[in-house]
Design a binder for this molecule. Sequence first.
Ligand SMILES: [Zn+2]
Ligand SMILES: [Zn+2]
Length: 189
Amino acid sequence: MLFAHDTETALIAAVELVNSAVEPDKLTTVADLHSFYARHGYTGRYDGDEAELHAVRHLRRELRTLLSADRDRAAERVNAILAAARALPRLVRHDGLDWHVHAVADDAALHRRLAVETAMAMIDLIRADELSRLSLCADHSCAGLVLDLSRNRARRFCSTRCANRHAAAAYRARSRAHQEATTKQEKAS
Ligand SMILES: [Zn+2]
Ligand SMILES: [Zn+2]
């Protein structure tokens, strides 16, 4: 593990949330929101209504800006988010999770907790000068963000779908080149 557990889980969730806005939108219903909430093991307030869905959908743009900002801008944004939420970091242990940081009340609105949690995680990335862990998907037709927490920094695509699409395109290009080379050889002989 490169970063603290809660830092990594917060970044994974934030990137998934941001990428859900890449067409086709994957966060359009309260059921989508519920599955996001459950999948990432959140605790604390969860209204599960249209207003919350709207607020979380709206947050995605702000998170995208934060996660794709350069280091200095990211630091400014982190400070702004924490100040606006009057964040007060504290160590907590709950639901079988070992000591980790919460910085807003558990009954604060979900979108606000998500923003603060992401900002807290970004603190670690900024301090360690590891913003290169976040990048744009190497498939140029895709606007997805990539979070690479691997030791060898091998991740280039936002999803297996993009990686597969890229592999298929590369394969087609190779076969085409091979075919052209063979045709040329046949003509020459
Ligand atoms: Zn917690
Ligand atoms: Zn992608």
